[in-house]
Design a protein. Sequence first.
Length: 306
Amino acid sequence: MCAGSLRQSSFLLLTASLFFLQHAETLRGANPQSAEQLLSRIQVAQEGSSSKSDREEAIRQIPFAKLNAAQQQEVRGIVNSTDLFRRLPTLNFEVDPTVYRYFVDHPDVVVSIWRALNVSQYQMKQTGAQDYEADSGDGTLGVLEVLYRDENHQIVLCQGEMTSPILKRKIRSQAILHLVSVPSTDRNGRTFVTHRVDMFVAFPNQGFGAAAKLTKPFSSLIIDRNFQEVSLFVQMMSLAMMHQPDWVENLTGKMEGVLEVRKKELIDLTARVFVANQERNQSNADAVEDEERKVAAQPLDISAMK
């Protein structure tokens, strides 16, 4: 999930927080919580950083060998002319890994859900196998292309432009986003994802690039927090699929701007997640019952009481 400029990216991320403020009670029942309490569900394993050492490490970790020659040249061009670098926080949170992967692979579905919830008029449509166009509705347009993805990495090229009545000319930007994600399972069978994003943003207009650097401390805090909010969005959708599949199915019927096959995929995914959760709960209940039977069958030793 990205956009073609820093402003556009922040817009995408910010709408997720509105979702929780307006709909969290539907997902978690009758125990309202503050936004801060909700965000506490997302563990910050490592804080975000814009340091030179983290930037150098982030460049080394880009899987250039997985890109073709033209892609390598384009990525290096943006990385080497970066005006804004940010390594977003490393976050760990409980989520069904198939739900996480689906939303990562289909950002247009996420945007369509926000529109269905009436929290955003943002638009994103898939224009090719790995290509998307985005329109914030306020003069910010973006095009993004997934250059590479595997189970743990995703490299996205973003290009955008912003127009405003107070600006004499368009502001253009390019960005490379490198998402790194690792799924895990604890000994109780609960599934988690740990992820982070390395973001490289370049502004061809040097004047705006210099201005963007001045606002970096403030914008970095916003982006870090919004990354947590997007992670929370994915987690809450995962919970909704586990516990309220009818709500998700009803929501799917309101989605617009996506291929019809995406709606069916989302309904099918919800059904699989719901059934898997029911089976997991039953298995856990059976295990507890078996353990209780074993304890009850053991003869009582009263020798220590004499």
